[in-house]
Design a binder for this molecule. Structure first.
Ligand code: SF4
Length: 61
């Protein structure tokens, strides 16, 4: 099973790193931010979460 990723919209500073780094997982659809962790390898999802500058993204273990 893919890792679970949570996103806190009040913390996100919309730096866009996640959507630029892994667009197949982090994307905006119909104006809503969606996360599809199964669309990439776990380690890539984890690395992108770790690179989020605001801490809005978290991996649930
Ligand atoms: S990387 Fe973090 S701060 Fe930047 S858009 Fe994604 S969730 Fe928001």
């Amino acid at each position: 099973m893919a890792v679970q990723v949570t996103w806190d919209k009040d913390v996100c500073i919309h730096a866009g790193n996640c959507v630029k780094t892994l667009p197949q997982v982090f994307k905006v659809e119909n104006g809503k931010f969606v996360i599809e962790p199964s669309a990439a390898a776990d380690d890539r999802v984890r690395a992108t979460v770790a690179a989020c500058p605001s801490g809005a993204l978290q991996v649930k273990d």
